[in-house]
Design a protein around this ligand. Structure first.
Ligand code: ZN
Ligand code: ZN
Length: 141
């Protein structure tokens, strides 16, 4: 099967690939993401875990998000690049930070979420369907 998407952390110790396109791409302005994205929204491509593969050692940090979901965030222990996040209640999906994709063009956001947490200078594309908090869940199938 052809590999459609590839990526890595900044130092290259962690690599990943997916045989499928992302099911959604979102820009998230939640407060947690601002910590992970140097003050900006995080840009996230959401993949099905069944077609997704990670190589290399990752560290993780588990916390409860503004949505109430328990999130497992994974990053490179060597260079610190934020790479993945997963909601423990939705193990079929993996969220990938678009900055780690070899081709960031794949990561054009389709909507902005948690816009109510954005600072006044934060960019939100008003041409897109946006959401001031947690969006509706992606269907399981
Ligand atoms: Zn690294
Ligand atoms: Zn967020």
């Amino acid at each position: 099967m052809a590999t459609f998407v590839t990526g890595r952390c900044f130092c290259g110790a962690v690599r990943f690939q997916s045989e499928k396109r992302p099911v959604a791409v979102r820009a998230c302005w939640c407060r947690d993401c601002q910590y992970l994205s140097s003050g900006n929204a995080s840009i996230n491509a959401i993949f099905k875990t069944e077609a997704f593969e990670i190589t290399g050692e990752v560290s993780e940090y588990v916390s409860r998000a503004d949505s109430g979901n328990v999130m497992r965030r994974r990053f490179c222990p060597r260079c610190g690049t934020p790479l993945f996040s997963e909601s423990l209640s939705r193990p079929n999906l993996i969220v990938v930070r678009v900055g780690a994709l070899d081709d960031p063009e794949i990561g054009r956001p389709e909507n902005f979420i948690w816009t109510a947490s954005s600072p006044s200078w934060g960019f939100v594309d008003s041409e897109l369907p946006n959401c001031d908090g947690q969006p509706a869940a992606i269907p399981r199938h």
